[in-house]
Design a protein around this ligand. Sequence first.
Ligand code: KG4
Ligand code: ZN
Length: 332
Amino acid sequence: MIVLALETSCDETAAAILCEERGLLASEVASQIAIHQTYGGVVPEVASRQHLTQLRPVIEAALAHAGLRMEEIDAVAATAGPGLATSLMIGLSAAKGLALGLHKPFFAINHLEGHLLSPFFRSSELSAIGLVVSGGHTLLVDVEGFGCYRLLGQTRDDAAGEAFDKVGKLLGLPYPGGPVIDKLARTGDPRRFDFPRSMLDSGDFAFSFSGLKTAVRYLIPKLPDRSEATLADVCASFQEAVVDVLVGKTVSAARATARNTVALSGGVSCNSRLRLKMDAACRGAGIELLVADSALCTDNAAMIGWVALHRLARGAFSPLTADIDPNLPLVS
Ligand code: KG4
Ligand code: ZN
């Protein structure tokens, strides 16, 4: 069985083709970053117009890459939420239209479930503590199997990626700040500035990153100079504070639930320091760490198709009346 999956929840227009027997056949992503950079962040109206023009070429590129014709597709899936309403509408409507025209099943997929399961692409076991860290979400989830998720905790304010992007903006860096901070931090001293590790010892699995962002805001006018070295130190120190909290809480959650696997996902899981420190902490605690390839950490349609394949195997189709939900939770 072959699934065509679409993802348009924010500012990436993506299409992927997956086969039950042969895995991922194609994954195409048209990034809008260069367009939104001019505005310092994602402009929803601009994003939806870009999805309209990009979606068809992206689907055609995925079909060409997989060497398939549209008639050979057995099911169509798209992200239904969470995300920007006007962006979600484009992909979901297109997927419904294709499913209707092809007389094939349709799947409305949760974007967070896509991220959560993306580290399991090459694993048959679906049992782990999942940390989803993206621009919109920071979630710790106890994964007991496909569709069996228990939310352990989430952020009370900014998501981890949002904190990276807001701090990037405060430092005058281009959007999105996350990858730029990651790069600059490589030459910086993570111990030079002592930023708060908010809620690290709160005894629960909730997160808070807005205080850390405010601490950076207050530090900036007091910096001794504006040299590249000082900027690198601010980036490294800020990043270290985020990473320490993410790693500390995730390992505590694995211990509390006696899970011996951690699955790290979402755009922030591209972060080199997070990967390094999560890997070291998991090794030290005898926990296996699963992380998706970098291309499958930021928004993509392969993760949406992967969830759809699981649903296909269970015959759990969605009705064509399924609608978008910009606030769709992972666990209702
Ligand atoms: O998963 P994603 O593509 O979109 C959402 O679902 O939000 O995540 C995007 C987020 C942005 O906030 C971006 O700055 C962050 O992931 N990000 C990173 C890195 N690469 C992407 N944050 C820190 N370090 C990185 N290397
Ligand atoms: Zn995402």
